[in-house]
Design a protein around this ligand. Structure first.
Ligand code: GUN
Length: 260
């Protein structure tokens, strides 16, 4: 049995194109079956719904991922809910989100799952820790907060309306930056010794005229203060892809009736 992943991309967002390419390449490297279905931004949503119905019924495909964000004319929730629950390897369907809140998800969303794996592998206990998540997206902030809470951390979620972001961040033993703003978390906002997970992937013009990737954390400043910090690139990004592959293997094993 060969795990199979289908990735759907709508529109020409350059960041999404890179993410999708990395996901498909990772599948090829691991010997998975993978399919990319790319559509122009002005495609009729019904055509994408039809493709999802086709992939739901395809036994070669165990996981279906719709790269977000979608163009404005799409009903994102409705499209995600069209994915068969057993193939929702991103864990974004409403019922899976509910199950995650209850502590019994079918699939854990890949980026927060990668962060949790990192804590586990690094031997970082979360019990009783102050965790601050900056950002409240459905993809990262909300599921991250839920997982940290289930792991015993006391969780604060900060966002664009938070009054004193720095004061909150300075209390954090565990700080997760998932805002999407380059270098927004500066060194003076980090508690000495804190563990910092930088989820941001932002493209900035580099000195050599080429663009470079930076996170939501000012890495150089943070390095001198934090106890541990994930770099950008090379930190959370590869972990997200790894957990996507893991979820796809899980889906394939379940389809084959194999305990995993
Ligand atoms: N866009 C940004 N991150 C993600 C992700 O993890 N999954 C999907 N489907 N879209 C994204």
């Amino acid at each position: 049995m060969r795990p199979g992943l289908a990735v759907i991309l709508v529109g020409e967002d350059p960041a999404s194109q890179v993410y999708v390419r990395n996901k498909v390449n990772a599948c090829a490297q691991a010997g998975f079956h993978s399919e990319k279905h790319a559509y122009p931004a002005d495609i009729e949503p019904s055509a994408v719904f039809d493709k999802i119905a086709e992939l739901n019924a395809d036994p070669k495909i165990h996981g279906i991922l719709v790269q977000l964000p979608l163009p404005r004319n799409f009903d994102t929730e409705a499209l995600l809910d069209a994915i068969a629950p057993e193939k929702d390897v991103d864990g974004f369907r409403a019922e899976n989100v509910g199950a995650l809140v209850q502590g019994q998800p079918c699939f854990i969303p890949c980026t927060p799952y990668g962060a949790m794996k990192f804590f586990e592998e690094a031997g970082i206990s979360l019990k009783g820790k102050e965790a601050v998540v900056v950002g409240r997206s459905n993809i990262v902030g909300k599921p991250m907060a839920m997982l940290l809470m289930h792991a015993g951390a006391t969780v604060t979620v900060c966002h664009s309306q938070t009054r004193d972001l720095k004061a909150h961040c300075l209390r954090a033993d565990i700080l997760v930056a998932a805002i999407g703003r380059p270098k927004m978390i500066t060194g003076d906002m980090i508690k000495p010794g804190a563990v910092v997970i930088d989820v941001g992937i932002n493209r900035l013009p580099g000195d050599d005229g080429k663009s470079k990737l930076v996170g939501d954390v000012a890495y150089g400043e943070a390095l001198g203060v934090a106890g541990a910090i994930t770099p950008v690139p090379g930190g959370v990004g590869p972990m997200t892809i790894t957990m996507l592959m893991k979820n796809t293997v899980t889906a394939a094993c379940r389809a084959a009736g194999i305990e995993y």
